[in-house]
Ligand binder design. Structure first.
Ligand SMILES: Cc1ncc(COP(=O)(O)O)c(C=O)c1O
Length: 434
């Protein structure tokens, strides 16, 4: 039989997360306080995050130990399988070997659970009882909801209105885990009310929802804020994906030529790619790392590298990142998790240093790729993950045209079983590119 799955035993759940910061050949610019414009100190972040996560944010340790209880919860779904997409390879008649890490096996549906569990755990250690967050497509909100249910924390989620309307089942999943969900912009915060007064039909954006969640945090004592992407500690927690993938690729007896991930705030790409970038930096490997984004929210490929806010209201620290401007209102595309104006500072930095390449696709070509993947591999990908699949298919076709074997690895960041309304729009010919 041909091998399809490369599985690791539970004991091989990584013991440590990989911190890329000390390995970067040029240090990153520091985040700035939004009021004083001076470099941010740990105390400036204390109203929002527990100190352990703030220390991870600025850590210069290459490896950070994963607490035993977090590893124990990871064991509900980790190590996630590495799959060889042989049926897709055959359909494309390509000499390329295509592998994917399936993060869609997480009970909440995506890679987001890797950081949700860690963040909820560190908050709990420091006595926090309530967490407040935003969610785009609902994957992050679902993940934090499940983590809070496991650790006995109360959770509030501001869900971008367009996704709240497009994805009622994701909202119901969060509510099933016990979370309170508000459509954003909402009437719960001063900023939400201001946005609604200007545009009662505003579809919302991740930037607006972040502002609402932060306002909710600072106006409710005992509450901390949790972010599902962008920040260093979030990228750090996701590196379990790449660490496992390195071991599983060894099991398969291959090394990737290309590592691919979709990018919204940058965390799943960081998760699969940073451990491979470590090998690029420290072992001289020459992997191509490909970040795939929507053409309608082209942060890396069309954005500017500069200091900008992480949210729409300008409440977060200023971070150096590729950005379309914190007031950019992305079109209401179906990959809601990729509708973010900025990019993780660490991913932005790696991109600027030439360690990562970027490419952008329109959403119809993404759904075409996602449907081919579903019909060959059986798994219906999240529309976000469909972006990575589009790029993988194009690379596999190029390999066929050039008559060259290429090994391609990508991160299937989540399943799309709660995104079937978006597939319906595509299958009935109603999907527009913007
Ligand atoms: C399934 C899935 N993939 C990818 C993303 C993009 O986020 P990130 O770039 O942080 O991985 C999201 C965001 O919600 C998502 O839900």
């Amino acid at each position: 039989m041909e091998t399809i799955q490369y599985n690791l035993p539970q004991s091989h759940i990584p013991q440590t997360w990989y911190n890329i910061l000390p390995d970067l050949p040029v240090p990153m610019a520091p985040p700035l306080h939004p009021g004083t414009l001076k470099p941010l100190g740990p105390d400036d972040l204390a109203p929002l995050f527990p100190m352990a996560l703030i220390m991870q944010e600025v850590s210069t340790e290459r490896e950070i130990e994963i607490p035993g209880e977090v590893r124990q919860i990871y064991a509900q779904w980790r190590p996630s399988p590495l799959m060889r997409a042989r049926r897709l390879e055959k359909a494309l008649d390509t000499p390329a070997h295509i592998y994917y890490k399936n993060e869609g096996v997480s009970p909440a549906g995506s890679h987001k659970l890797n950081t949700a569990v860690a963040q909820a755990w560190y908050n709990k250690q420091e006595g926090v009882r309530h967490l407040s967050t935003e969610t785009g497509a609902g994957q992050w909100g679902s993940a934090l909801s499940m983590a809070c249910a496991f650790l006995g924390l109360d959770c509030k989620v501001f869900m971008v209105r367009v996704s709240y309307d497009q994805k009622p089942y994701r909202r119901l999943l969060m509510q099933t885990y016990g979370t309170t969900v508000y459509p954003s912009p909402s009437d719960q915060t001063e900023f939400g009310r201001k946005v609604l007064a200007e545009d009662p039909n505003c579809p919302g954006s991740l930037g607006i929802a972040i502002s609402e969640a932060i306002e909710n945090t600072v106006t409710h004592p005992g509450t901390k804020y949790s972010l599902g992407s962008v920040l260093n500690h979030v990228c750090l927690h996701q590196t379990v994906i790449g660490e496992e993938a390195i071991e599983q690729m060894e099991q398969a007896g291959e090394e990737p030529d290309i590592v691919v991930g979709c990018v919204g705030g940058g965390s799943n790409l960081a998760g699969i790619a940073f451990p491979f970038i470590r090998k690029k930096i420290t072992e001289g490997k020459s992997y191509r790392i490909l970040a795939v984004e929507p053409i309608s929210c082209p942060t890396l490929t069309k954005g500017e590298l500069r200091y900008d806010f992480g949210d729409a209201a300008g409440m977060t620290p200023l971070m150096t990142m590729y950005t379309l401007g914190h007031d950019f209102m992305p079109p209401s595309i179906h990959a809601g998790g990729l509708r973010y104006h900025g990019m993780s500072p660490a991913v932005s930095h790696a991109y600027k240093l030439g360690l990562i390449e970027g490419i952008a696709y329109p959403q119809r070509s993404v759904f075409e790729a996602a449907v081919l993947f579903a019909r060959t591999e059986g798994l219906v990908p999240a529309p976000e993950s469909g972006h990575a699949i589009r790029a993988v298919i194009d690379e596999a076709i190029k390999a066929r045209e050039e008559g060259r074997k290429k090994v391609i690895l990508f991160n299937l960041s989540g399943h799309g079983l709660l995104d079937l309304a978006a597939y319906n729009t595509y299958l009935t010919g109603k999907l527009q590119d913007e």
